[in-house]
Write a protein that binds this ligand. Structure first.
Ligand code: TRP
Ligand code: ZN
Length: 488
C-alpha cells in the first residue's frame, strides 16, 4: 500500500510539473491591444460596455437523467477534453492531467465534474488555483472568481490512483477494466468518470485530445485519428484526436499488446488493433469491415467521422462489445453481426445520440436492425425472416418485455427486448410505410441529427411527416405497451 501511494504521489508530481505548459495564462488574450489608436481614423468614443451584475449560482450536480440523475452537471458545456494519461500495468496506477475547455451557461459560483476515486492535485480554473471538494462521484470546484454566463473557461487538474471498475445496475462491469496486458476501457452508460473528469451525460458532446503513455511494446488506442507516437525512457506515448463531437460514454483508451493495422476505408484512416490471441479468429470478420462501412454509408448516409477501426481485446470478463466512437471495442473476436452492429452504431448512437438513457432503443434497436439489413444485403437471410422467427415467440416470452421505450429501471437498459423488439419495431414500420419511405426516414434521421441528440418523440414525428400517416397507435403498440403487439 505504501509503495503504491508513493507511486501515486510521484506520478502526480511528475504530471504537475508538466502541467504549467498546458494551462493557458488567465486573460492572456489582452483584447484592448486591438484598440491601438489610429491618428488618421479616429474612432468615435463609445461608452464602455457594462456586463451587468453577476449573480453566480452553483451549477446543478446532475442533469436529471431519469436513470442517472447525478450523471452530468449543470451550468456549463464542455467544448474539448485534453487528457494526458500515463498507465503502468504492473501497479495498475493511472496518472492523468486533464485540461477541459468549457463555456458557462449561467453565472457560476461553483460547478461539478464527475470523477470516481483518484488523488487530486493542482485544480485550477483559468490558471488560478481553485478550491475543490469530493462527494461521491461529484467533484465540486469553486473557482477563485465566479464565472460569467456565456464565457469560456478552462479547468485543469492532475489526478492519480488505481481506477475503480464500475458495476452497473444490471451487474455488468465497465470503466477502466484491467486486462493481463493493459486495460479494456469502455464507458456505457456511466464508466467514463472511472478514468477522466467528465460532464458525464450524452447531451454534452465534445472533441477530445487523448495522449496515453504506456510501457514500450504496448499499444494505446483512443478515438479519432492518430496524431503521433513518440518513445522516451522505455515508454511510448500515443496521441489521438477526435475532432467530431463525442458523448463521454463513447470515449476509450483501451491499451495492451496489440497488432495495429493501418489502412484507408471509405476515404478515412482505419486503425484496427487486435490482441494476438484473437487474431486468427477475428481476421475473416474484420476483413468485412470496409464493405460494412460502404454498405451502411449507402443506406444511412456518408460515414460520420474522420477515422474508422476496431479494437479486439481479450477481456472475456466484460462480456459485451461497445461502439466507442470510430473504434468499437470488442472483448473478444467478434462475430460478423456483432461487428456490423457496432459499425452501424457509428451513425445511430454515436453521431445521432439519445438524450436520456431510457431512450436506449434509439441506439440499440437501430443497431440491431442494421444487423438484419446486413444479413439481407449479403444474401444470408431477409429481415422479414428474422422478424417472423421472433414474432413466433409466445406472448409470455421475455422477448416482449420490457417494451423498448417503456423502461422503468436502469437494469433494463441492455435487455434483449430493447434490441430485438426495438429492431422489430423498425421492421414493422418498414412494412407499414413501404421501403422507399422507410429508407428515406432512416437517411433523414441521420442527416437531420448528425452530431446531435434525439428523442423517441422526435423519431415518431419524423416517421409521421415522411409517411403522412398517423403512427401514434402503431408506435404505442410497439414501443410502450407491455406484451406482444397484436396483428402481425
Ligand atoms: N452498447 C453495447 C452494444 O450493444 C452494449 C453494452 C454497453 C452493454 N454497455 C453494456 C451491454 C452494459 C450490457 C451491459 O453494442
Ligand atoms: Zn449496441
Amino acid at each position: 500500500m505504501v509503495a503504491r501511494r508513493t507511486g501515486i504521489r510521484a506520478a502526480l508530481v511528475a504530471l504537475t510539473v508538466g502541467m504549467a505548459a498546458l494551462v493557458p495564462a488567465a486573460a492572456s488574450a489582452a483584447p484592448w491591444r486591438a484598440d491601438v489608436r489610429h491618428p488618421h481614423h479616429p474612432r468615435p468614443w463609445v461608452p464602455p460596455w457594462h456586463p451587468g451584475p453577476l449573480s453566480p449560482q452553483a451549477g446543478a450536480p446532475g442533469l436529471g437523467d431519469p436513470f442517472f440523475p447525478l450523471a452530468g452537471n449543470g451550468g456549463y458545456d464542455v467544448g474539448n477534453y485534453s487528457l494526458k494519461l500515463d498507465y503502468e500495468p504492473s501497479t495498475g496506477v493511472l496518472a492523468g492531467a486533464a485540461v477541459i475547455t468549457a463555456r458557462a451557461t449561467q453565472d457560476l459560483s461553483r460547478f461539478d465534474l464527475d470523477l470516481r476515486g483518484f488523488t487530486l492535485a493542482n485544480v485550477r480554473v483559468d490558471g488560478r488555483p481553485a478550491v475543490f471538494t469530493r462527494d461521491g462521484q461529484e467533484l465540486v470546484i469553486t473557482p477563485a472568481r465566479p464565472i460569467r454566463a456565456r464565457t469560456a473557461f478552462v479547468v485543469s487538474l492532475s489526478y492519480a490512483g488505481v481506477p475503480e471498475v464500475v458495476t452497473d445496475p444490471d451487474g455488468s462491469i465497465e470503466g477502466w477494466v484491467p486486462t493481463v496486458d493493459g486495460a479494456f476501457v469502455v464507458g456505457e452508460p456511466q464508466g467514463s468518470p472511472s478514468w477522466f473528469p467528465a460532464n458525464d451525460n450524452p447531451r454534452d458532446k465534445a472533441t477530445y485530445d487523448v495522449a496515453i503513455t504506456v510501457p514500450l511494446g504496448l499499444t494505446a488506442m483512443s478515438n479519432g485519428v492518430l496524431a503521433g507516437t513518440w518513445s522516451r525512457g522505455g515508454r511510448t506515448t500515443w496521441a489521438w484526436r477526435e475532432s467530431s463531437p463525442m458523448a463521454t460514454y463513447l470515449a476509450t483508451a483501451t491499451l495492451g499488446r496489440f497488432t495495429l493495422t493501418r489502412s484507408r476505408v471509405a476515404g478515412v484512416p482505419s486503425y484496427v488493433a487486435v490482441d494476438p490471441s484473437q487474431e486468427a479468429a477475428s481476421a475473416p470478420v474484420l476483413a468485412k469491415l470496409p464493405a460494412m462501412v460502404d454498405y451502411f454509408s449507402s443506406v444511412f448516409g456518408r460515414y460520420p467521422f474522420d477515422a474508422v477501426g476496431a479494437i479486439v481485446d481479450d477481456a472475456p470478463e466484460v462480456g459485451y462489445a461497445l461502439e466507442s466512437q470510430t473504434k468499437p471495442n470488442f472483448d473478444r473476436a467478434p462475430g460478423e453481426f456483432t461487428l456490423a452492429h457496432e459499425i452501424a452504431h457509428q451513425w445511430y448512437g454515436n453521431s445521432v445520440t439519445l438524450t436520456v438513457w431510457p431512450d436506449i432503443w434509439l441506439n440499440e434497436g437501430f443497431a440491431a436492425y442494421s444487423e438484419w439489413l446486413w444479413g439481407e444485403h449479403t444474401g444470408q437471410f431477409t429481415a422479414q425472416e428474422v422478424f417472423d422467427d421472433l414474432y413466433a415467440e409466445p406472448a409470455d416470452s421475455g422477448l416482449w418485455s420490457p417494451p423498448p421505450a417503456g423502461l422503468t429501471d436502469p437494469a433494463q437498459l441492455f435487455s434483449g427486448s430493447v434490441y430485438d423488439r426495438g429492431a422489430m419495431t423498425l421492421h414493422a414500420l418498414r412494412v407499414t410505410v413501404g421501403d422507399p419511405v422507410f429508407f428515406r426516414i432512416l437517411k433523414r434521421w441521420y442527416a437531420q441529427n448528425r452530431d446531435g441528440n434525439v428523442t423517441t418523440a422526435g423519431f415518431i414525428a419524423l416517421a409521421e411527416r415522411e409517411s403522412r400517416q398517423d403512427l401514434d397507435a402503431f408506435f404505442a403498440a410497439w414501443l410502450t405497451t407491455p406484451g406482444k403487439p397484436a396483428s402481425w
